[in-house]
Ligand binder design. Sequence first.
Ligand code: GLU
Length: 304
Amino acid sequence: MKKLLEEILDKCRIYTKNGKVANYIPELEKADPEKLGICVVTDDGGVYCAGDSEIRFSVQSVVKPVILLQALLDSGEVEVRKLVGVESTGKPFDAFNYSDQALKREHINPMINAGAIALCTLIKGNTYEEKFSRLLNLVRKLAGNPQMGVDESVYMSEKTTGNKNRALAYMLKAYRLIDGNVEDVVDCYFKACSIKADCVDLAKIALVFANKGILPDGESAFDKKYAGYINAVLMTCGMYDGSGEFALNVGVPAKSGVGGGIMAIVPKRMGIGIYSPALDGKGNSCAGIKTLEMLSKELELSIF
Ligand code: GLU
């Protein structure tokens, strides 16, 4: 497996040239666009890494499935469905031109910014700090890595420049989808996006979703019905407005983030973590997607 991964990375490194690192927040612009790393964690406990798999980066939107999971665990499916829909929007992750009429829950899903911000309100906790700390603990538990934490400079950068996300949150409040202090809600979201991980962490989290909530030690972290819910939403909405193409060419549930990470879930078989920060126009890692396409063909990963 390691040899196969190295061969695929050698072929895909060239695609890092097709993209650009995210620059919507100053801290992300510092990433090296030529980096490319992968980790595959298999159901039988194998951990295979290649390339720049040890670089730590901010997870950004890759945290969204875990926000959804925490909201489901804390508030249940009925409350989640009252707040966000499950249809892909076909629009960029931070769009807010849903329609000229009222913003309704059917217009948003958990994998776009508005949906993830809304779901932060369904996490239990007396304060947003408490809510965030429960979310971070869940991330650590799924990754089996108690050391995971927030990249403070990315967080500060998000907080100082994240006015579009603030605007989205105020829209949610204006249309009564959320209540409470908007600054506190977005602060929880900014911190969540700023959690630092490497490819191994992402692959391990993906493996738990692939195994329907079962951790490597056999303990169940969550009900398998939630894995079904989250994997289905990831399949249709996880790769921004490139989810259809990704379903055709790779064929597994996955989530990307503008930090360059991709977490891909191969049901019952493996979890995959990728890092390559040069992004295409939709916010997906250029070389990361090519790597997953090749790996999917080689190992017949597509679920279709
Ligand atoms: N922090 C980013 C934002 O909210 C996350 C976006 C992403 O990774 O898609 O704009």
